[in-house]
Write a protein that binds this ligand. Structure first.
Ligand SMILES: Cc1cc2nc3c(=O)[nH]c(=O)nc-3n(C[C@H](O)[C@H](O)[C@H](O)COP(=O)(O)OP(=O)(O)OC[C@H]3O[C@@H](n4cnc5c(N)ncnc54)[C@H](O)[C@@H]3O)c2cc1C
Length: 490
């Protein structure tokens, strides 16, 4: 058995064990062992072996022996541990040596962007090793239902899962959940995780998304929420069960959806917004006004053109929101929906350019063999005065991930998406392709606002730049093509 196995490995590797041979190995190896490899993974592992590596341990099937062996070899700084139980073992030996694992592609951020990169790589036949690292403990899940079905209680949390366990296993990747990347060393192509372990990569994809922004000085008052994660949604839902008055700060997409969902649960809701219309930045003033009517008709109290100074509380619980003009808007549940900030803190000092996102070129490359996708990526930056674009929507996260997977595998195109998002509020589906910039001329081209079903075109400088659908999903299917045709070709 040992002779067969040894034939599979490189000359650097001197000892190999199968699970069956573990007992034998245990007695034979001990201090002089330099490598233990599971036979079924030997070809993969050996391909990854770099000249400086003298030992690789895949311990999932040989935990018992590896625990002993690893204790010995881990003291040797050249040892690599690539294993599902490495965490356990490494915890034991962490005081002696930081374990260091190698992977061909490391993806940091295990949500829709990161997972889609992994899927797209495999779909295109990528056979190298993949590691997906995610700070959250849940299996990768989708966020759009968090402000809609999950918050309303019509979907169980499990329904938000992007892939089930079997589908994730089929991707043949190392999935490390509940693990946060805390630093990037570009020169050595190495990521440090929050447990002190390091991961060497061939290519890195940053897919860390964004965090919810908060109001300054809310100082941990009970009843104040932001909404970004499944946990946030569940906690907010729990609080809504006993809420008497809900205040939502910020009438962007998220704030409007939360207000609509809370109102749908029968709660009194006040929506406070500094702009003159809800979702004005995304829909413009005309359609923003239609949205204001929709909310008002459903009983949401809208306080527009009303900047907020902060939240106030008593005995550790929120009592309301103080506006900039000094009025207290009472509420025992307050949801702060004032936007998101890209999750880039862990990249500080890495040498990547960070400017409200990870700055990338038009192939979504932030540096040599480093990409960014999804909400965290500011892409299309081609010169010093170019700010590029950062999109916070579900469709971009997927499309950009597919694009990046292709680029990793050698395609060399430019990423030029037609931005798209949707929002569901009070049985109305709003869809937007492109954008509605301030000052654009907005014309309803089909249906009518009064009929509550329409398609509107936004034009700037005589060119079609955005298409908005209001309960017009069928019509919107062709909208993207229209925008493609209208886009400048340079
Ligand atoms: C409540 C809600 C509703 C939404 N509704 C819609 C909608 O209706 N339509 C629409 O188009 N879009 C919607 N969106 C936006 C859409 O969900 C996002 O654009 C999308 O989730 C972005 O995906 P992502 O993978 O880039 O980032 P994210 O989904 O933010 O995922 C990033 C992941 O990286 C992890 N992470 C962060 N830092 C680290 C680290 N240092 N180490 C390891 N992991 C890390 C995070 O924990 C997170 O799991 C909604 C978003 C929210 C929050």
């Amino acid at each position: 058995m040992r002779t067969d196995v040894t034939a599979d490995v490189t000359p650097d590797v001197t000892t190999v064990a199968t699970p069956e041979a573990a007992a034998a190995v245990r007695t034979e190896v001990a201090p002089e062992v330099t490598s233990v490899v599971r036979t079924d993974v030997a070809p993969d592992v050996t391909r990854d072996v770099t000249p400086d590596v003298t030992s690789i341990v895949r311990t999932d099937a040989i935990t018992a022996v590896t625990r002993d062996v690893t204790r010995d070899v881990a003291r040797d700084a050249t040892t690599d541990v690539a294993t599902d139980v490495a965490t356990d073992v490494a915890t034991d030996v962490a005081t002696d040596v930081a374990t260091d694992v190698a992977t061909d592609v490391a993806i940091v951020g295990a949500s829709v962007g990161g997972l889609t990169v992994a899927q797209a790589l495999r779909r295109r036949g990528f056979a190298g090793s993949l590691t997906l690292i995610g700070a959250e403990t849940e299996l990768p899940y989708d966020r759009p239902p968090l402000s809609k079905q999950v918050l309303a209680g019509t979907w169980p949390a499990a329904r938000t899962r992007l892939r089930d366990r079997a589908e994730l296993d089929a991707l043949d990747m190392e999935l490390r959940l509940g693990r946060r990347a805390v630093a990037l060393d570009q020169a050595r192509r190495r990521i440090t995780l929050d447990d002190g372990h390091t991961l060497r990569y061939g290519t890195l994809v940053v897919a860390t998304g964004a965090h919810a922004r908060d109001l300054p000085g809310r100082s941990g008052l009970a009843g104040v929420h932001t909404l970004r994660t499944l946990r946030d949604s569940e906690r907010l839902r729990e609080d809504l069960r006993t809420a008497r008055r809900v205040v939502v700060v910020g009438a962007g997409v998220l704030g409007c959806e939360i207000a609509a969902t809370a109102r749908g649960l029968g709660l009194p809701v006040t929506l406070v917004e500094p702009a003159a219309h809800p979702m004005e930045r995304l829909l413009g003033t005309d359609i923003g006004a239609a949205l204001a009517r929709l909310h008002t008709e459903h009983g949401v109290r809208l306080l527009l053109s009303t900047p907020v100074a902060g939240v106030e509380g008593e005995d550790g619980r929120v009592t309301g929101v103080r506006t900039a003009s000094g009025t207290l808007v009472p509420g025992d549940v307050v949801v702060v929906a004032v936007g998101a900030r890209p999750a880039t803190r862990w990249l500080t000092g890495s040498g990547l350019t960070l400017a409200d996102g990870v700055v990338c070129d038009d192939r979504c490359r932030a540096a040599d063999r480093v990409y960014a996708v999804g909400d965290v990526a500011r892409f299309g930056v081609t010169g010093p005065d170019d700010r590029g674009v950062r999109l916070e929507n579900r469709t971009n996260a997927t499309e950009q991930a597919v694009f990046v997977a292709a680029d990793i595998l050698g395609a060399e195109a430019r990423y030029r998406p037609v931005p798209y998002f949707w929002s569901d509020q009070f049985q109305v589906r709003i869809q937007v392709y492109g954008s509605v910039p301030a000052g654009a001329t907005v014309r309803v081209v089909e249906g009518s606002v009064a009929d509550r079903r329409f398609v509107a075109h936004a034009e700037a400088d005589g060119r079609l730049v955005g298409i908005v659908g209001w309960n017009a999903a069928a019509r919107m299917r062709t909208a993207r093509t229209l925008l493609d045709l209208a886009a400048p070709t340079a």
